[in-house]
Design a protein around this ligand. Sequence first.
Ligand SMILES: [Zn+2]
Length: 149
Amino acid sequence: MTKDKTNKISETDQGQLRSVSPYKAGLFCLCPRCGEAPIYDGLLDVKEHCEHCDYDFSAADTGDGAQVFVILVLGVISVLVGVFLFSLGLPQWALLLILISFVIGGSIWMLRIFKALFIALQYYHDAGQAVRVVDDADTKEKTDIRNED
Ligand SMILES: [Zn+2]
């Protein structure tokens, strides 16, 4: 397997290594390249690299995308669950206890899945920093424009 300095792999290796579904890797929080090792070190900390295939996770940057998605989706679900529980006539302390547990547990669970899914989708679609494609007749190469002035 050949890698250059941007953690990218050659095109011949890409088809072979993209055999892991990004949705499966995200759902089970596994490495998007090999689908074997977990990507988390603890609850929500992403590891430096994969223990199985040595893929560098430091290039993966999900930003706030997963958090925003979880806030929006879980917010709607929590309101619906709250209205349903309120209609059951539960005491307020029980309603509060159930909803707080639901929101905290659901947030952590959904955040793990969506963060892993975003990392897997970035890998699958080869997303990264902006590069300029130099289209020479002999060689097609990607030039990193971050260090050019
Ligand atoms: Zn791996």
